[in-house]
Design a protein around this ligand. Structure first.
Ligand code: HEC
Length: 279
């Protein structure tokens, strides 16, 4: 009897694994490519597509899983006590529905600002604690947590809520920012992302109107091969403003969240590739 049970165990495990099997990020990307096979942006790096199953971001996400479930900070509680919009500790599908309005802060928050909130208000970390302050790099708590939480939305459709007036206002502000020309080159975001097939040096650019392209474009955290680090949406926003030679974006500012609200709305209904791999 005991022996029989032991023999049955691997079968049960195998079945369990199949039942829980999620689409891998590279499968989600492949579905985007199949839906738009002519997209040069989606297919520009065969090497990245080949490397995705071994993406270093997956390891960063695993570190994040440990961190998420560990009781930390002066209050000695884990991130399970944190509400990411679907109730405390519920992270499946939470990220594709952010930025969203949170009643406890009265603000529209993206994933990064929400993690800051939970680290300081729930776990009790001081705002200048390295765990809170260090936002970038694969070794940071932020990137580990962001990657783990975002991975629980892999393959799900972007769907940030716009029911609350502040959610709508932030999205609309982001649209204005996206279109606003400024700086010495008089660039706006549309200058480079408003038409399919644009290119800067060797980079093929994603266009907002090609919904599959845009879905991959906003799929952060992603392992940026050229940086040898996992990067966040906030990091990308900062880079975009630098690229346009406009005033630097403040991390976690309402402006950064407004932009992310708009760019997420532009990918609504498309599946998220999490974690993605980028140039
Ligand atoms: C001068 C052209 C240019 C402008 C203007 C520009 N971008 Fe980009 N954008 C790029 C390039 C090039 C990349 C590819 C990554 C890189 O080289 O940094 C990129 C990448 C991105 C990505 C990620 C896609 C990827 O594959 O890396 C997003 C999202 C994005 N930009 C959003 C924006 C937003 C939002 C603005 C306005 C605030 C903006 N961009 C303005 C050129 C531009």
């Amino acid at each position: 009897m005991f022996k029989k049970a032991l023999l049955a165990l691997p079968v049960a495990l195998a079945l369990g694994a199949t039942a829980n099997a999620q689409k891998a990020p590279e499968d989600v990307l492949q579905a985007l490519i199949d839906a738009d096979p002519g997209s040069v942006y989606l297919t520009q790096s065969e090497m990245n597509i080949m490397m995705m199953p071994d993406s270093p971001a997956l390891w960063v996400g695993m570190d994040g899983e440990d961190l998420f479930h560990t009781a930390r900070g002066p209050n000695n509680v884990s991130m399970e006590a944190c509400d990411f919009g679907k109730g405390p500790g519920v992270i499946e599908g939470a990220y594709v529905e952010m930025p969203r309005y949170f009643e406890d802060t009265g603000k529209v928050m993206d994933l990064e600002t929400r993690i800051v909130h939970c680290m300081t208000e729930v776990q009790g970390f001081a705002a200048d604690d390295p765990a809170v302050r260090q936002r970038h790099g694969s070794g940071s708590d932020h990137m580990k947590l962001q990657t783990y939480i975002a991975m629980q939305s892999n393959g799900m459709e972007w769907n940030n809520p716009l029911d609350h007036p502040l959610e709508k206002a932030m999205r609309d502000a982001g649209e204005v920012m996206f279109a606003r020309r400024a700086g010495m080159s008089d660039f706006n975001c549309y200058a480079c992302h408003g038409e399919v097939g644009k290119q800067v040096r060797a980079s093929r650019l994603p266009a907002t109107e090609a919904k599959g392209e845009w879905s991959k474009a906003i799929s952060w955290p992603a392992f940026r091969v050229g940086h040898d680090n996992v990067r966040s949406s906030q990091h990308r926003v900062r880079g975009c403003y630098y690229q346009m030679r406009q005033a630097g974006m403040l991390a976690g500012s309402d402006a950064s969240i407004a932009l992310i609200s708009y760019w997420t709305d532009m990918a609504r209904g498309q599946p998220a590739v999490l974690p993605d791999m980028k140039r």
